[in-house]
Design a protein around this ligand. Structure first.
Ligand SMILES: Nc1ncnc2c1ncn2[C@@H]1O[C@H](COP(=O)(O)OP(=O)(O)OP(=O)(O)O)[C@@H](O)[C@H]1O
Ligand SMILES: [Mg+2]
Length: 308
């Protein structure tokens, strides 16, 4: 098949070339005869070269049959390696989805059960307080109110950390806005948001991955970088979503962290890389000591392969 294609390509080029050449140099029947002779000569040379090449390949295989076997074995090994890395990617995606599901369930329980119970208790204390005249009892009830309010606040914070309900209810853009506000409140950092007004419905898995990556990258910038400025940009195209988080903090050496040369237990950056890869995407981290950090995630909007 390859030989036939090579021959066809050669013949076509040859015919065109001699046509042009002979037309330029000769005319009439002389040109016709010259073309014919050149065509026969070209075909003979091409056939000779192809047959020689094939004969020498066959001779090689006869002399070293193990080479052909090795090539086949290499191909099988490569195919197996590719299959197992694809299996690892799907496994990792399933584990991350299971973890997210668990977080979402706990967050919902906290919000719907504990949150509701505390709200009802606070209302009861509040209405009792209005009817009580004894100053000592009233003082104790006010303390109880404060405790219930702080319990409610902590429940909301925990729910937000586990899985902000707005991610499922309102989508990625409002949640990123909320995350940035909440993370940088009172930190005196200049924040720039470059987010699309309405990116349309995204795959929930992609929303979650983008949110978790932003959460980790913003957390890292604030925790390790001491930046003056923080920048977040989201671009949503038909096939991919790109998320960039940039800070002008102290920077670091990403190769050292991602090659595992740092102490065990620092899993944030490895985790975001894993998240992106699980969906068939990638994360790029650019940073240099003293020159800030850019984390850029590229996520396909329709992740490859099954998850169930
Ligand atoms: N934006 C950043 N600015 C400066 N240093 C950073 C930044 N992001 C990461 N680093 C450095 O890379 C290291 C690894 O980050 P990584 O998120 O993997 O772990 P961690 O934040 O230390 O722990 P955790 O597992 O809680 O995330 C950090 O300890 C820090 O030294
Ligand atoms: Mg971290």
């Amino acid at each position: 098949m390859v030989l036939a294609l090579c021959y066809a390509a050669f013949a076509a080029v040859w015919i065109i070339a001699i046509d042009l050449l002979v037309d330029a140099l000769a005319s009439g029947t002389v040109a016709h005869t010259t073309k014919g002779l050149l065509f026969v000569a070209g075909t003979a040379i091409a056939l000779y070269a192809l047959l020689r090449r094939q004969a020498s390949q066959e001779a090689d295989q006869r002399a070293q049959p193990h080479l052909a076997d090795e090539r086949t074995e290499d191909r099988i090994a490569l195919a197996r390696a590719h299959r197992s890395s694809e299996e690892m990617r799907l496994l990792s995606r399933r584990l991350l989805n299971a973890q997210e599901q668990e977080r979402r369930d706990i967050a919902r329980q906290l919000h719907d059960q504990l949150g509701q119970t505390l709200t009802v208790a606070r209302l009861l204390v509040e209405s009792t307080l209005e009817q009580i005249e004894d100053r000592d009892v009233s003082g104790m009830l006010q303390e109880a109110m404060k405790a219930l309010e702080s319990g409610l606040k902590e429940t909301r914070t925990l729910t937000g950390i586990l899985r902000p309900p707005m991610l499922d209810d309102l989508g990625l853009v409002p949640t990123l806005r909320w995350l940035m506000d909440r993370s940088t409140a009172g930190a005196g950092i200049e924040v720039t948001l470059d987010l699309p007004p309405d990116p349309g419905a995204l795959e929930s898995e992609v929303d979650v991955a983008a949110y978790r990556i932003a959460q980790e990258a913003i957390g890292n910038a604030l925790q390790h970088g001491a930046p003056e400025r923080l920048f977040i940009r989201l671009r949503v195209r038909s096939r991919v979503l790109t998320l960039t988080i940039e800070d002008d903090g102290c920077g670091f050496d990403p190769a050292q962290v991602l090659d595992g040369a740092v102490p065990f237990g620092r899993s944030g950056l490895l985790g975001i890389r894993e998240r992106a890869r699980a969906l068939g995407g990638a994360v790029r981290i650019r940073s240099l000591p003293g020159q800030g950090t850019v984390v850029r995630a590229i996520l396909p909007r329709r992740p490859r392969g099954p998850t169930a």
